[in-house]
Design a protein around this ligand. Structure first.
Ligand code: MRU
Length: 348
């Protein structure tokens, strides 16, 4: 087991096998699971072994490599056709993070042009590794751009986990926080625990502690009072899907933070690679929002914490309107006061 420092990477390809760190077990246990079948990758995404929009996209890209191997082994003569069903299942694993569809489309675009030969797997692997490496590089670029927006000595708040674990490495929101801390811009981080999966408590607090970045954990219900005290300069979060007008889908509770931040004059930064932008959608109301099991809310560690049978709402994401956001930081540039017009500055 490698030491988990600022080089935390949740996805490893080694010896023809995909390895994912089981994020459901962190921080208590660091367990790596092995994958050699695309349907197991689909299940790992559904079950939150791997989570966070860019990490889901990268895992899916490696899932396409495994699908190609499987298709070649069982149906060499019609391997491209045999890819259709596992890739459709992979696409159905989670609906909101657009990086999933972006990565599968990029891989599908390639495999359709490849010759019918065993060498196809190697070409697809090279593309998946490029997607992986590009994501880490984008996070470093965004880290610097985001840090540049922050005044020295600032305190920030973050929600969920948009860290190394949610990406190829380094992180989006936590990439800015890592860089900002190194630059002396950020002196303290408040991390929301983030019900019901507790990504903030389990993953963000752990990542920042590994890097010796001062972090204080809080229930998200404590966020408004902390902002009212004047102690927070920026809220910094990631995104699962950004639409052409700058609306942002991110972990449930992000919208609430943005409203509270606006009221208290705290600035709101969203950090996401361009693979998170869905140029096809004009506004956030078009984003499909994942509804997860009620038991994720009514139970904890396999025990009911609510009366059995009580109905529970469990939307995994909400949409923050562009007008509540001060800056969207991407590797292609920073959009201040996001709007359809301002987003066009980074449109390919
Ligand atoms: O349900 P999750 O844990 O996949 O949700 C993750 C988030 O909402 C993150 O903030 C987002 O994917 C950005 S990760 C860089």
């Amino acid at each position: 087991m490698q030491k988990q420092t600022d080089s935390i990477q949740p996805i490893i390809w080694r010896d023809n096998t995909l390895y994912l760190i089981d994020q459901r077990r962190l921080p208590q246990e660091q367990i790596w699971l092995e994958f050699d079948h695309p349907d197991d990758v689909t299940k790992a995404i559904q079950d939150m072994v791997v989570r966070g929009a860019p990490a889901i996209g990268i895992a899916a890209a490696y899932g396409v490599v495994l699908a190609a191997r499987q298709a070649w082994n069982v149906a060499a003569a019609s391997w491209k056709q045999a890819m259709t069903a596992p890739l459709a299942r992979l696409e159905e694993s989670r609906p909101t993070a657009v990086n999933l569809f972006w990565a599968i489309e990029r891989m599908a675009h390639l495999y359709k042009t490849l010759p019918d030969s065993e060498s196809a797997e190697a070409a697809l692997l090279a593309e998946a590794q490029t997607i992986h490496a590009e994501d880490i590089a984008a996070n470093h670029v965004m880290g610097h751009s985001g840090s540049d927006l922050i005044e020295p000595g600032s305190t920030v708040m973050t929600h969920c986990n948009a860290g190394a674990l949610a990406t190829g490495g380094f992180g989006t929101a936590l990439g800015v926080i890592r860089q900002g801390y190194a630059d002396g811009k950020i002196v303290h981080v408040y991390a929301d625990e983030t019900r019901p999966w507790l990504q903030g408590a389990r993953l963000t607090a752990w990542e920042l502690q590994q890097d010796n970045i001062p972090v204080t954990l809080q229930a998200e219900g404590a966020a408004a009072a902390l902002m009212a005290s004047g102690k927070v300069d920026w809220v910094i979060v990631g995104a699962d899907r950004i639409t052409a007008n700058g609306d942002v889908a991110n972990k449930i509770g992000t919208y609430m933070l943005a409203v509270v931040a606006k009221y208290h004059g705290v600035k709101m930064m969203v950090v996401a690679p361009t693979s998170t932008i869905d140029w096809q959608l004009q506004g956030g109301d078009e984003i499909p929002i994942e509804q997860r099991s009620e038991q994720e809310v009514t139970m904890m560690n396999g025990q009911y914490i609510a009366p059995e049978g009580v109905p529970a709402l469990n939307p995994a994401f909400d949409v923050t309107p562009a007008k509540l956001i001060d800056a969207i930081v991407t590797e292609a540039g920073v959009i201040l006061s996001p709007s359809t017009e301002n987003m066009k500055k980074i449109k390919p």
